[in-house]
Write a protein that binds this ligand. Structure first.
Ligand code: NOJ
Ligand code: CA
Length: 691
């Protein structure tokens, strides 16, 4: 057993009657010492870990372990057989993203454990302690007597030190497209949540939450629980024990077998992550999730160009056109696609998404027998794919391919080679995938091991073909974009489309101020902002977007994604002065600074354009109007900027007057402080162009 400067080991021999019991405790601190972790093995009990921040308990002693099919639980009766530690201090570069340079600084503790009695299984627990959080995982080495393991549950606990204010979505095994609820931990009741019925059959089998779940403690600490590097394993929901104030991992299962995960050692589990910050903004600025992933495995991805895009898409969600041809009102026609390419080319938009281009849409949603229906190489007769791709290329606009699989995974898997070969032949480097409906094969869930593998196989195959993936109905983001930077964005939340048809009032104004501190911590979001026709007239008279137009602009900065849609119909953009911001705003950043914010209330973010000195700022608020001062102290010294400020007019309101906005221009520098008013459901967007 080795001992080092980082690790403090306390060995206590306790005599309880006649039997001698070991109590071993290992302590490790984060690089600046603010966060400290204790790992404890006491007698025959399950090992525990606990976490303190500046002396304050964050996680009380919480058990670690597993249940297996046909074998006894891996819980207590363990000996510590090795202790290793190291300190890492490195930097790496994001090929695209919210910042260029990422610091990866942490102290790592690896504890080797072995069962004292038969079957004598051994495993490691690895803890990475950052100043802004903890990642830990289990590692199983190759060993005799353990050829395969069938995990029925991972028994990782997270015992809280109080009844925190929580921002949570129900632990659904199929979708993340629920509204968030704000409640104390003791009041979480995921099963009373009424699942949305428009989409895939949802399965919320327990009082559990999906991750990320974020919390504010009485002491004002901000916490977020999630996972990183989810690979060949099931997604983790967190079972909520409201009496014990404890969460416990609850892996997504399958109806096809009793176990939840099947693996052969050697293997590692995903990282369980706890992000922590005194201010809410620190959660957004944290790189913990990406840092817990392996470095880039696919090399140069310069073939993927971050871009804004428009689409033949909102037409369908507005019920103005259809995906299928049989309706007689087909959206994806050569003529319409060319019209959009012309518009994009004139307005600094480099991508065009065309949905409903391929055969099969007559038989997707609502059909049981969806295998063998969609075809990812055959366009409908009124859509000349080759011609559209060529026309776009000539005008500097690249197509974004669309593969709606309707969750018929076998059909998609079979066609991956031909589908990507077609894209390659047309010079198309990104695809939006979709998995609407119940997973086929039957009995599998979107977030179980079968699908985690499927999504990753698609990502790998796409990378081989120089294709970037924007997944809808995806598995959650867990930072894999570091390893596979062709994982550019995904849905995995209630996106803009719900405002068109949800029928439940749409996304309320507090939705995005929660998303920014929950879902967005996981990774880039394909939210599809930019709806100018807020009331959706005349197409969807009973639905609307619940923000002001200024907030729609702000979302291009607030929401992190290297692909951002200008989602509205181009007729709503033509000649509109506010569209200038969408035209100007970039999607790839040198650095990101959160200027202010509180979970569920408001947030303002400043981002510096990659490869330029220009900055862009976006701020959004919930249903409450607010006044705030925006300080431009992030600008470089002695440099003057022209600020163009798109903001809510005095009488703006998300419902009563959403289109009331103003554009002001002024000269600013590092010393300028701008007072700004946000309407209820409002926001602001600022471009700062260096003079
Ligand atoms: C659901 C996706 O979220 C949406 O963007 C898409 O238009 C439809 N599926 C059809 O693929
Ligand atoms: Ca969706």
């Amino acid at each position: 057993m080795s001992k080092s400067s980082l690790v403090l080991i306390v060995l206590l021999a306790m005599f309880l009657g006649a039997c001698e019991e070991n109590h071993e405790q290992i302590e490790v601190e984060s690089p600046n010492g603010s966060l400290s972790l204790k790992f404890d093995v006491e007698g025959d009990q399950s090992p525990t870990y606990s976490l303190n921040y500046k002396g304050l308990s964050v996680i009380k002693p919480s058990e670690l372990g597993f249940s297996f099919q046909g074998e006894k639980d891996l819980a207590g009766e363990l000996d510590i057989v090795s202790i290793d530690e190291k300190s890492i201090n490195e930097k790496w570069e994001m090929p695209w993203g919210e910042k260029r340079e990422v610091s990866n600084i942490y102290n790592e503790l690896t504890v080797g454990l072995k069962e004292r009695k038969a079957p004598g299984r051994s495993f490691f627990v690895v803890f990475c302690l950052y100043d802004d959080g903890l990642g830990f995982r289990y590692e199983f080495p190759k060993q005799n007597g353990m050829d395969s393991v069938y995990i029925t549950e991972e028994n990782t606990e997270f015992r809280l030190n109080g009844d925190h204010k929580c921002f949570w979505g129900p632990g659904d095994w199929d979708i993340y497209e629920h509204l968030y609820t704000t409640s104390n931990f003791s009041e979480i009741d995921a099963q009373s949540y009424i699942p949305h019925t428009n989409l895939a059959q949802t399965n919320i089998p327990f009082n559990a939450v999906n991750t990320p779940i974020s919390m504010i403690t009485d002491e004002g600490l901000h916490l977020s629980f999630h996972e990183a590097n989810l690979s060949n394993y099931s997604g983790m929901t967190l079972l909520v024990d409201t009496a014990e104030l404890m969460m416990k991992s609850c892996l997504v299962g399958s109806n096809n077998h009793d176990y939840k995960v099947a693996l052969k050692p050697p293997f590692v589990t995903p990282w369980r992550s706890i992000q922590l910050s005194e201010d809410a903004g620190g959660l957004i600025e944290s790189d913990l999730i990406v840092n817990l992933n392996d470095p880039n495995k696919i090399g140069d991805v310069s073939w993927f160009v971050p871009k804004k895009y428009i689409g033949i898409w909102w037409d369908m969600h507005l019920n103005r056109k259809t995906w299928d041809l049989a309706s007689g009102n087909h959206g994806a026609t050569t003529e319409y696609a060319k019209e959009l390419i012309d518009f994009a080319a004139e307005h600094n938009i480099k991508g065009l998404l065309v949905e409903g281009w391929n055969t099969g849409w007559e038989h997707w949603i609502g059909f049981e027998d969806r295998e063998g229906v969609f075809d990812f190489v055959t366009p409908y007769p009124d859509y000349d794919l080759t011609e559209v791709a060529k026309y776009g290329k000539e005008k500097g606009v690249e197509l974004i391919m669309h593969h709606e699989t309707s969750a018929a995974t076998e059909t998609y898997t079979k066609q991956l080679d031909t589908a990507y070969a077609l894209m390659k032949s047309l010079g198309i480097h990104s695809v939006k995938t979709g998995y609407v409906g119940k997973i086929l094969p039957k009995g599998e869930y979107h977030h179980g091991q079968y699908m985690v593998k499927h999504y990753e196989d698609v990502l790998k195959k796409a990378a081989e073909n120089e294709v970037a993936v924007i997944a809808h109905e995806p598995i959650k983001a867990t930072g894999k974009r570091r390893t596979y930077p062709n994982a550019v964005a995904r849905e995995g939340l209630r996106g803009q489309e719900f405002n068109a048809w949800a029928g439940d009032g749409g996304n309320p104004p507090e939705h995005l101020p929660i998303v920014a501190f929950t879902r967005m911590l996981a990774g880039p979001i394909d939210f599809t902002p930019g709806i100018f026709n807020i009331k959706l007239d005349p197409y969807r008279p009973n639905n609307q977007v619940n923000t002001t137009i200024s907030q729609q602009l702000a979302l291009y900065v607030v929401i992190n994604s290297p692909v951002q849609m200008a989602a509205d119909l181009i007729t709503n953009y033509e000649g509109h002065p506010a569209f200038q911001f969408i035209e100007d705003v970039p999607v790839n950043w040198e650095q990101t600074k959160v200027l202010n914010g509180e979970i569920g209330d408001y947030v303002s973010i400043a981002r510096q354009e990659r490869g330029s000195e220009n900055w862009f700022v976006g701020g959004i608020t919930d249903e409450h109007a607010r006044k705030m001062d925006i300080s431009f102290d992030f600008l470089p010294k002695d440099q003057k900027y022209t600020a163009t400020i798109y903001h809510d007019a005095d009488d703006a309101h998300w419902d009563k007057n959403p289109l009331a906005y103003k554009i002001d221009t002024m000269e600013v520098d590092q010393n300028t402080v701008l007072p700004i008013k946000l309407a209820a459901g409002g926001g602001f967007a600022i471009s700062l162009i260096q003079k």
